[in-house]
Design a protein around this ligand. Structure first.
Ligand SMILES: Cc1cc2nc3c(=O)[nH]c(=O)nc-3n(C[C@H](O)[C@H](O)[C@H](O)COP(=O)(O)OP(=O)(O)OC[C@H]3O[C@@H](n4cnc5c(N)ncnc54)[C@H](O)[C@@H]3O)c2cc1C
Length: 517
């Protein structure tokens, strides 16, 4: 069909999602739940496996699952879910991990009084020896006590302490697939897309599959992972490399059992720095997902492997372990995400690194934006695409700023990797501008231009101060000091109230499994 035969004012009715990883199924599920009149087909190849990692999330996932219509208890029972209340960073400041070493938390709970009270000046002038996160939020103590963020009777998706999830990425994909196909009416096609047929104007007309012929649609969502089959291969949109800012470009993930089946399950992601990268440790009910992230320019695969094995030894993983597989990627994001009638979401749109679980959060934001833009016609699509590209280009650049913040304040001097991160030549211009401001006052909402930022100002505060950054405190009136002290007292009161009232993390998960069955 030639482009001029199409009525560009007709609504988008048929959507093809290319790719059946977490991104593809999240997008298909959300679109189908929010726009039941759309005809959605998801095509995935049995020859190209899903990436199979991506087990840490952001609290936005609760809302995403609720919108898709998944029951939280079923999700918990089926996907090896545990609760994540934030991240703990070990050894990032001076390179001394371990209980007595340097560690800080980035909890999901906002500081008590955040935005209304000058907590930072009060903290620095009255109790500078205490970690900031500890003073302003009950989360750190809840995590350290190994408590779940809610009680058995707390309603689904409701929280006592803010939380996200850790889960098994493979099981998550399966559950989303079942729900999207059986409940939401998404058509699922297992086939490999070999070619793309275009309209005369360059829009995609159809995808040519190996066994099911041509499949046409009005809108194509490229969730084909690192292959970026449509946005990269077909449209040739380049990846904007960020390796000069964030050097990591490889990971060695592995799954290991606990030393004993009733071992405690961490209720935060533990990120431990090593000389040339960092190691994530995600506790699920029956296993841990651990992975070493590194920069191939600074470390060999053997060095990364040795760092991973040393970490597994130190954290009590059984001696018999599967060999980790190597994942390589180019850190960066597409110069455009939406071209003509095709929008890239997930790894196809870019990937920087696993730190702070920003990737799935961006998938959720992209999918939600797509839902909000519908109904849509081809005639309005170019304007929608322009705004999408503008907004998501901004979001990726903020993610990069936020991730870089974790590295550039480090005092580690055990390799060129950390020294290069400290070199201002590797900092984004935006951070070079913001850091001198943050010496004088805390990061605030107005530093970030959009309402739905991926990371709020509070997250920047937790990381900056956790990394040892100390702004100059403002002199505070007695009344202001008193209000700040009242917030610190409230955070301490919450911790005292929550800890005895909340169940242990493993015991809540066990309970939810039992009641669901
Ligand atoms: C080491 C590592 C750790 C990570 N950790 C986190 C984390 O903790 N938190 C987080 O939020 N994110 C994390 N991520 C990112 C996260 O894994 C991804 O964002 C998420 O899994 C989505 O991937 P995807 O669906 O885009 O791609 P994939 O899972 O790779 O899926 C691609 C799909 O495209 C299909 N496909 C490809 N080519 C074709 C073709 N020609 N025809 C038909 N089908 C095709 C494949 O069959 C597959 O179904 C991590 C990534 C890496 C690399």
């Amino acid at each position: 069909m030639a482009s001029e035969d199409r009525n560009v004012n007709e609504r988008v009715e048929r959507v093809i999602v290319l790719g059946g990883g977490s991104a593809g199924w999240l997008v298909a599920g959300l679109l189908a739940a929010e726009h039941p009149a759309l005809r959605i087909t998801l095509i995935e190849s049995s020859d190209v496996p899903v990436i199979g990692v991506g087990e840490g999330t952001w609290p936005s996932m609760r809302d995403t699952l609720r919108r898709i219509g998944l029951a939280e208890t079923e999700f918990i029972r089926r996907c090896q879910v545990s609760f994540k209340q934030g991240s703990r960073f070990d050894g990032w400041r001076q390179g001394a991990p371990g209980e007595q070493g340097d560690r800080y938390y980035h909890p999901f709970m906002l500081p008590v009084g955040h935005g209304d009270v000058d907590l930072v000046s009060a903290w620095l002038s009255t109790q500078a020896d205490r970690p900031f996160a500890d003073l302003v939020s009950p989360s750190v103590q809840v995590c350290e006590a190994g408590r779940a963020p809610k009680q058995a009777q707390t309603p689904a998706f409701g929280a006592v302490a803010n939380y996200a999830y850790h889960f098994d990425a493979g099981l998550f994909g399966q559950l989303l697939r079942e729900h999207a196909t059986a409940v939401l009416g998404v058509e699922h096609l297992v086939d490999h897309v070999d070619a793309v047929r275009s309209h005369e104007n360059g829009d995609i007309a159809a995808l040519q599959t190996r066994e099911h012929g041509e499949r046409t649609a009005d809108l194509f969502i490229d969730c084909s992972g690192l292959a970026a089959r449509l946005i990269g291969e077909h449209f040739g949109v380049p990846l904007k490399s960020e390796r000069e800012v964030l050097f990591n470009d490889a990971a060695l993930p592995v799954q290991v059992p606990y030393a004993s089946p009733d071992a405690p399950i961490a209720t935060c992601t533990v990120a431990t720095a090593w000389a040339k990268g960092w190691i994530w440790d995600i506790g699920l009910p029956t296993r841990r997902g651990v992975g070493c992230v590194f920069s191939r320019a600074h470390a060999s695969q053997d060095e990364a492997q040795a760092a991973l094995q040393a970490y597994l030894d130190a954290t009590g993983a059984p001696a018999e372990r599967p060999a980790p597989r190597l994942i390589r990627y180019e850190p960066g994001y597409r110069e455009q995400f939406w071209v003509r009638n095709c929008v890239a979401i997930g790894l196809a749109s870019g990937f920087i690194e696993p730190l702070e679980a920003s990737a799935l959060a961006l998938v959720e934001l992209s999918a939600q934006r797509l839902c909000d833009e519908l109904p849509m016609s081809r005639a309005s699509m170019d304007a929608v695409a322009r705004r999408f590209n503008d907004d998501f280009g901004y979001r990726w650049s903020r993610v990069i700023d936020f991730l870089k913040l974790h590295y550039l304040l480090s005092q580690r001097d055990d390799s060129e990797y950390w020294r290069a991160h400290r070199d201002p030549a590797s900092w984004p211009a935006s951070l070079r501008e913001l850091l001198p401001m943050w010496r004088l006052r805390p990061p605030a909402r107005h530093d970030f231009g959009r309402i739905d930022e991926v990371f709020p100002a509070a997250s920047y505060q937790y990381v900056l101060y956790g990394m040892g950054f100390r702004p100059v405190p403002q002199p505070l009136s007695a009344a202001k000091l008193q209000s700040a002290q009242a917030c610190f007292d409230e955070a301490a009161r919450q911790a005292r109230r929550f800890i005895p009232a909340l169940p242990g993390h493993r015991s809540l998960l066990d309970h939810l499994h039992k009641t669901a069955t």
